[in-house]
Ligand binder design. Structure first.
Ligand code: G6P
Ligand code: ZN
Length: 542
């Protein structure tokens, strides 16, 4: 029953920041998904007889690729595959399932916050046995293999029923269809004071959660409505749909505008949140109070000890380089280390495994902890709720209190989308060419004190990553970072990260755009953005 199918390499299967992401129609080419899956298996050693986890965010092509993975895993000698019922597993739930089942690894099918549907995006990411995304040495090996592959192995067998929980055989392999939600929800109950949150909600604390027709619907309904007693309807857009109901499932102020408007209305609920396509990102908005992801990380770190799972305190905090320095001030006060890593959750895995960091976060709306090895949207919402239940203050009060203690890192990200790749590369090359001359350069913002192209040496294994983004620091504590997105599927996106710090005595209640006015102007001038891109304004501001 095992077939060996001849194939030819595709030259575009290099995994990006978070696995292989392409348009659905690219994945629909004959052998395309099979080549990549076989290249993953070929890059691994010792998986024979072991367990593989597979599941995804339910987007278009999810079910088809799951069948391919099942038949190829059987043909390649895996002993068992655990698959979420209906093919559903949120990214953090997949991470937890890999860890709790002692799996060899897992394939997570998602293009995260990118839209889904026949004309939209799909993705495949390999996670290793700690539950986290494969490190670069593994993804490099996978990429090399995709360029050399000549054949793949697949079982000729009918499709497996993935809609009924239970165990079946596929060739010599066991397939277990598992409930995707319960294990994850149970894990959350071990970390947070559900009784306190339930009491807060029963005391008329109003909550609104937007699943954006993506994967978190079933998780959010189980946790917020069933286990925490929030009224039915608290979770909106709760059914995962293959095209996400035409939502762009990126929980930011542009794409979660419906939630934002609800939270800014006169009769807004106390707390609003959203998550992305695969459930690892989060958006937090209090009543009339948007919380930036960078600030959210800082507040969660400063207050984590209020939740049972973190009562012993944190070992360290990690953030990606473009994330604001707000968390650094919390780490300093707590007397714990702060790690600055390149963009991409995979860089946190080693720090978490080594017990060096407990909480991690990124400006791109990801926060998480050592409970899994992915960022986790619902986890962040539950930690916020736990903190609110203990402190009995509003989100706005908590933010004001935080800034009065630590100062405020005003922060924004400007994205220039759809730039021709060569123009974006030319802009970055020109910037890199200027790095050496920038220190001492006076701008309307102040004098540049440091400029570099961020490079990282992992403290646990000394592996290095270079060219991770140009950062420019000014004498007033402001910072500008430029990098190109690693997750896009068409053209290039320039990301400009803008930050200005004001201490506890500074003006803490400015509007962000006004606070960052000079930083923005300096960034546009230093990088000649309009000349290179032809755009005189960013396409998205978050
Ligand atoms: C994915 C990763 C994140 C990372 C983000 C960066 O979502 O999981 O860890 O922060 O990509 O995206 P970008 O488009 O800026 O490369
Ligand atoms: Zn995601």
């Amino acid at each position: 029953m095992i077939q060996t199918v001849s194939t030819k390499p595709f030259d575009d299967q290099k995994p990006g920041t978070s696995g292989l992401r392409k348009k659905v129609r690219i994945f629909q080419q004959a052998h395309y998904a099979e080549n990549f899956v076989q290249s993953v298996f070929d890059s691994l050693e010792g998986y024979e007889g072991q367990t593989l986890v597979v599941g995804g965010d339910g987007r278009y092509l999810n079910r088809e690729v799951i069948q391919i993975v099942l038949k190829m895993a059987a043909a390649n000698g895996f002993g068992r595959v655990l698959v979420g019922k209906g093919g559903i597993l949120s990214t953090p739930a997949a991470s937890h399932l890999i860890r709790s089942s002692g799996a060899f690894g897992g394939l997570v099918l998602s293009a995260s916050h990118n839209p889904g549907g026949p004309d939209e995006d799909f993705g495949i990411k390999y996670n290793v046995s700690n539950g986290g995304p494969a490190p670069e040495k593994v993804t490099d090996a996978i990429h090399a293999r995709t360029l050399a592959i000549q054949s793949y192995r697949i079982l000729a067998a009918p499709d497996v029923d993935i809609d009924a929980i239970g165990t079946s055989r596929l060739g010599g392999m066991t397939v277990e269809v598992v409930d995707p939600v319960t294990g994850y929800a149970d894990l959350m109950e071990t970390l947070f004071d559900f009784a306190a949150i339930r009491a807060m909600i029963a005391g008329r604390f109003a909550l609104s959660f937007d699943s954006m027709s993506a994967v978190t619907g079933p998780y959010a309904v189980e946790i917020f409505e069933r286990r925490l007693g929030a009224p039915a309807g608290t979770v909106r857009n709760a059914t995962p749909l293959p095209d996400f109901g035409h939502h762009h499932p990126d929980p930011n102020l542009v794409h979660a505008k419906e939630l934002y408007d609800r939270m800014m209305a006169a009769d807004a609920p106390d707390f609003g949140a959203a998550s992305d396509g695969d459930g690892d990102r989060n958006l937090i908005i209090g009543k009339h109070c948007y919380v930036t992801p960078s600030d959210s990380l800082a507040v969660l770190a400063a207050n984590a000890h209020l939740a049972p799972g973190y009562a012993k305190g944190l070992k360290g905090i990690a953030r990606s380089m473009p994330t604001s320095g707000a968390a650094d001030r919390v780490a300093e006060k707590l007397g714990i280390p702060l790690y600055e890593t390149p963009t991409g959750w995979k860089f946190f895995g080693n720090l978490l495994d080594a017990g060096m960091a407990t909480i991690c976060g990124e400006e791109s709306a990801g926060t998480g902890s050592d409970h899994v090895r992915e960022k986790d949207g619902i986890w962040a919402v539950l930690l916020w709720l736990n903190i609110l239940a203990v402190r009995r203050q509003s989100v706005a009060q908590i933010m004001a209190d935080h800034w009065a203690t630590y100062g405020r890192n005003y922060y924004a990200r400007h994205d220039y989308e759809g730039i021709a790749k060569d123009r974006a590369d030319a802009l970055m090359a020109a910037l890199r060419g200027k790095i050496r001359d920038l220190p001492g350069f006076a701008t309307i913002l102040g004098t540049v004190v440091q400029a570099d192209d961020f490079a990282y040496t992992d403290p646990t294994d000394a592996s290095t990553s270079s060219a991770q983004g140009v950062r420019i620091l000014f004498d007033d504590g402001s910072r500008i970072v430029f990098r190109l997105s690693g997750t896009g599927t068409e053209g290039a996106t320039l990301r400009v990260y803008l930050e200005r710090f004001l201490g506890p005595d500074g003006k803490l209640d400015m509007e962000t755009g006004a606070a960052l006015f000079r930083v923005i102007e300096s960034a546009e001038r230093i990088a000649d953005i309009e000349a290179f891109t032809g755009m005189n304004a960013p396409s998205v501001i978050t």
